[in-house]
Design a binder for this molecule. Structure first.
Ligand SMILES: [Zn+2]
Ligand SMILES: [Zn+2]
Length: 166
């Protein structure tokens, strides 16, 4: 991932594109491409849980995104093995999936998009007051800020300038 990279954004509902694009431009200065509608595949659906397997959807995205890194915003509830649900799941240097099923405002959707793309760009969970703080509930997601802390800002700058770090 370098500063020239572009993020492809797929979605089920076009209305999420513009606010997410704006947030990602302001936090990461990323170029984005409006990449169109992508629907969850049936094979990722777990009938017992009534949810989609986030791992399965993420690998589908990675296989089908074309070049660049990608974000896929789905409307369905998603889960990760061992957890009741997740807001999103990311793969470093590849892409992320984000579910808006439990996110009840556009601000929260933007915040979680910034969080997942942070992982894609190489950030880990952060203990500070920071958008990279892990959130496992709606309350935690609401309480954390929508910005990166100073330490994550420095780290992302170093990662994207390709500065070697100890
Ligand atoms: Zn995370
Ligand atoms: Zn941080």
């Amino acid at each position: 991932m370098t500063a020239q990279d572009t993020l492809r954004i797929f979605y089920e509902d076009e209305e999420v594109y513009e606010p997410i694009r704006r947030s990602l431009v302001s936090v990461y200065k990323l170029d984005t491409i409006k990449s169109g509608i992508m629907r969850p595949i049936k094979s990722a659906y777990n009938v017992k849980r009534g949810q989609y397997d986030a791992t399965h959807l993420l690998s589908y995205l990675i296989r089908n995104k074309g070049g660049d890194v990608a974000l896929w915003v789905v409307d369905e509830d998603i889960y990760y093995e061992g957890m009741n649900f997740v807001f999103g799941l990311a793969s470093f240097g590849e892409g992320a999936i984000l579910s808006r099923f439990r996110l009840n405002s556009i601000e929260l959707i933007e915040k979680e998009a910034v969080h997942e793309i942070g992982h894609v760009l190489g950030l880990n969970h952060c203990p500070n007051r920071c958008v990279m703080h892990f959130s496992n509930s709606l309350l935690e997601a609401m309480e954390k800020p929508s910005e990166l802390c100073e330490s994550c800002k420095r780290r992302i700058k170093n990662l994207r300038d390709n500065v070697p770090m100890l």
